[in-house]
Design a protein around this ligand. Structure first.
Ligand SMILES: *Cc1c(COP(=O)(O)O)cnc(C)c1O
Length: 250
């Protein structure tokens, strides 16, 4: 849903804020119970800083290297990883991200627990669930999530705070509702079965965030409705040959 090119960032942000507030009101929820995650992937530091200057403090990125390359050039913010995490990028990811939304395998959880223990860096963990059982999607099946929770509780290191999902792509928001509801119901079941609290539900993007809020989302991840159509390929992060740092190649 690309924004009109002539609208300003401030206007688009205000419009999203209004729609979030109205969805909260419809659902009888407090506005403070929903956190807007501004999805800044593909956008350069100057655009990210414009968003931060307009009051957005929680940023979502789906690639570890891209976020590590940008963060030093951006104002202070809270960075969330919303995409999958590869096992060989855990150490790098933990230096920046305070919340990991896309954790999707038990081996990854064990590696995360070990490295988290070693470094003392303890991000919030959300388990990604492929609620619609799409063959091409990341995430645990609903049936596999209990094993993941068991693995976390056995390791005793990680702080699991909730579930995340990306339903099948659609322009019709109501199509996502049953998937959001399924995630909420799965959360409820897991809370009962394991006697744990899973307060966070990360669900809803530009096309369907209002429905997600009505179904209980606590994090909505919004990119194109805030920033416009993504400018993929404008620049890319490159790993510097003689260090662990990254820089941008424009
Ligand atoms: C890109 C992305 C988003 C944002 O998508 P929009 O439709 O642009 O709002 C949200 N969540 C994930 C996991 C993404 O990769």
């Amino acid at each position: 849903m690309p924004a009109e090119p002539e609208t300003s960032f401030v206007d688009r942000h205000a419009e999203i804020e209004r729609r979030i507030s109205e969805a909260c009101a419809r659902a009888g929820r407090d506005r403070a119970s929903v956190q807007l995650v501004a999805v800044t992937k593909t956008w350069p530091p100057e655009v990210v800083n414009e968003a931060i200057a307009d009051g957005l403090r929680v940023l979502g990125e789906n690639r570890v290297q891209e976020a590590l390359a940008k963060a030093p050039m951006c104002s202070s913010a809270e960075w969330h990883l919303i995409g999958p995490l590869q096992r060989n990028k855990i150490r790098h990811a933990l230096t920046l991200f305070s919340v990991l939304h896309g954790i999707d395998s038990v081996p990854l959880l064990h590696d995360l627990a070990r490295i988290s223990d070693e470094t003392g860096l303890r991000p919030d963990i959300l388990l990604e669930v492929n609620v619609a059982n799409e063959a091409t999607k990341h995430g645990f099946t609903a049936e596999a999530v209990p094993d993941a929770i068991r693995a976390i509780l056995e390791d005793g290191v990680l702080r699991v705070v909730g579930l995340m999902t990306v339903p099948p792509w659609t322009l019709e928001p109501e199509t996502s509702r049953p998937h959001f509801r399924a995630l909420r119901e799965l959360r409820h079941q897991l809370e009962q079965d394991f006697s744990i609290a899973l307060p966070e539900l990360s669900m809803g993007m530009s096309a369907d965030f209002e429905v997600a809020i009505e179904e209980g989302a606590t994090y909505v991840r919004i990119g194109s409705a805030l920033f416009g159509a993504r400018n993929a390929g404008a620049w890319k992060p490159v790993r510097s040959p003689d260090s662990d740092s990254y820089y941008l190649q424009v």
